[in-house]
Design a binder for this molecule. Structure first.
Ligand code: SF4
Length: 202
């Protein structure tokens, strides 16, 4: 079988950074935990477990030690819970995801209707919405965009790995849904480069 590597492939900046931070935590004293697997790669998760970094589902699963937040990010309540428990927090939320979280928050603070383009059940999308009091309307296709009501002011934030092609066609529809449309194109560079490379290869 011939294997062709795309021009841009492999771990993105945010995932590399999160894995490095987890490795650093493993070298420190005390037990460390990641809130969910740090990456969708069982080999990397397994190697970290061998070094004493275990994935857990909830903050309540951690009695003491270090809690590592993965690149997808979490809502504000998780930081509060960790602080109350006196856990040491290593925040590996990707800076691009942090920006999307803060943009979503600003949309709500400015009294606009928040629309998030992304997958409803994706942890990153959930975390973005949590920073906006869970008030965002999450849509992922043109059909759902057509169904939205016309509103006075609308702000749009996008899952960092969303398709830029789909983004363009959904924004065309949303332009007719509000006279005051503010778009935060929070798709990250790594995603755009990889999507372009995939198109080139195809
Ligand atoms: S936002 Fe981009 S760089 Fe950051 S973790 Fe997601 S895909 Fe990777």
């Amino acid at each position: 079988m011939e294997i062709i590597l795309a021009k841009n492939h492999g771990f993105c900046y945010g995932v590399k950074r999160a894995v490095e931070m987890a490795n650093e935590a493993a070298n420190n004293d005390g037990k460390s935990y990641t809130l969910g697997p740090i990456i969708h790669n069982p080999q990397v998760v397994g190697r970290l477990e061998d070094k004493g970094v275990s994935p857990v589902q909830e903050v309540s699963d951690i009695a003491e030690g270090t809690m590592i937040i993965r690149s997808h990010g979490v809502g504000p309540a998780i930081y509060e819970e960790a602080e109350e428990k006196g856990l040491h927090v290593v925040d590996a939320t990707c800076p691009h995801v942090k920006k999307a979280q803060q943009d979503a928050k600003s949309v709500i603070n400015e009294g606009m209707t928040l629309v998030i383009l992304g997958e409803k059940n994706h942890p990153e999308v959930k975390s973005i919405n949590l920073w906006a009091n869970n008030e965002g309307i999450i849509i992922e296709d043109e059909e759902s965009a057509q169904k939205l009501q016309v509103v006075e002011k609308m702000g749009v934030v996008v899952q960092t790995t969303f398709s830029q092609f789909k983004f363009n066609s959904i924004i065309d529809i949303l332009e007719k849904k509000s006279k005051n449309l503010k778009v935060f194109k929070t798709i990250c560079n790594a995603t755009q480069e990889r999507q372009n490379s995939a198109v080139d290869l195809a």
